[in-house]
Ligand binder design. Structure first.
Ligand code: CU
Length: 352
């Protein structure tokens, strides 16, 4: 599920060389990689209209200021025009026509963007602080911060947020949609070129918003059929630990450290970590937790506590400050194999 490319979300920021380059030409859109060419047409049309009228209006204005200025203090006004009906009709009708062209063009285009074709593949994208999780039709495995799509095949998304406002922005596909908690949004597009594309979160969503990023791979039908996202290795304990570490880096690293350094959430390792070593055994440490009703309780960290902390973080909140006042977004949709890999990784961090 986690590819080898993944995925310390911070990697993308630290290794920009890995990323597709954004168009840096002034005033130009990203190269178009979907069927939504009306966005480009409308954008450049509006752009040209704006430049034309800017030059025309400021030009006439500047010319008049110079040519018809009062040259001596007592020069009388050369003329005293109050209105000009034909001219006023013209400068009302022409802009009206131009604006109607923009309206119809944009209205038709935005209608096309709302309704996905019937043969579109149905994906789900879940946004949370600070990562993206993607579900594929006919596959139980999700991928994180990395998405695979087939070229020339419509992809329809339901968009969900488990915490705050995010936005699903693929500049190359000409798609941008807010992801609103408690509400199901949709978006679709048909990628037309193979390659790697950006998916940014385009709505400020907290401290690591700028690192909330996913890489979108548009691949051929043959490559897509191999399910490149389905690569979770967990057949040996060592593989499970390595996979757990990858998932940690994709989903949890922004709030949890593994060597004792405090973060938004408590560290998984170090003297106050989740597990301690007792000879050859790994045992859970004691935790003071706050229940939903506000009462406190002492628990011993075990698999059930970890699973509950992942799926329902508010059921038992760590009582220690500042963690008690910080929130973790729920990962209720994380599949069981991934959770088991995470637990294997957490246990591998046990120290004396
Ligand atoms: Cu976001």
């Amino acid at each position: 599920m986690i590819s080898t490319l993944i995925q310390d979300p911070k990697n993308y920021v630290e290794n920009p060389a890995k990323l597709p380059v954004l168009s840096d030409k002034w005033g130009q859109l990203e190269p178009l990689a979907s069927t939504f060419d009306h966005v480009d047409g409308l954008f450049y049309f509006t752009y040209v209209v704006c430049i034309f009228f800017f030059v025309l209006i400021t030009g006439v204005l500047a010319l008049s200021v110079v040519k018809y200025r009062r040259k001596t203090f007592d020069q009388p006004a050369a003329s005293n025009v109050t209105h000009n009906t034909p001219l006023e009709v013209i400068w009302t009708i022409i802009p009206l026509i131009i604006v109607m062209v923009m309206f119809v063009w944009g209205w038709k285009g935005s209608n096309d963007m709302l309704v996905a074709p019937a043969d579109a593949r149905q994906y789900k994208a879940v946004a949370k602080q600070w990562n993206w999780a993607f579900s594929y039709p006919g596959s139980k495995v999700q991928s994180y911060n990395e998405l695979w799509l087939e070229v020339d095949k419509s992809a329809a998304f339901t968009l969900q947020s488990t915490d705050v406002l995010h936005a699903f922005f693929l500049p190359g596909m000409r798609v941008k949609r807010d992801v609103v908690p408690g509400r199901q949004q949709t978006a679709w597009f048909r990628p037309t070129k193979t390659g790697d594309y950006h998916l940014f979160c385009a709505e400020y969503c907290g401290q690591d918003h700028s690192k909330m990023y996913a890489l979108v791979h548009v691949v051929t039908a043959d490559e897509y059929a191999k399910k490149p996202w389905d690569v979770l290795k967990d057949s040996t304990p060592a593989e499970s630990i390595a996979s757990g570490e990858n998932i940690y880096k994709a989903l949890c690293i922004s709030c949890h450290s593994v060597h004792g350094t405090p973060g938004t959430g408590p560290s998984w390792g170090g003297a106050k970590g989740l597990f301690a070593k007792d000879g050859d055994n790994v045992i859970g440490r004691a935790r003071e937790v706050v229940l939903a009703d506000g009462s406190t309780q002492t628990v011993t960290v075990d698999e059930a506590y970890i699973k509950e902390s992942i799926a329902m973080p508010n059921a038992k909140k760590v009582a220690e400050l500042p963690y008690r006042n910080n929130n973790m977004s729920a990962f209720a949709d994380l599949d069981e194999r991934s959770v088991n890999c995470l637990i294997a990784y957490m246990k591998s961090l046990a120290s004396n």
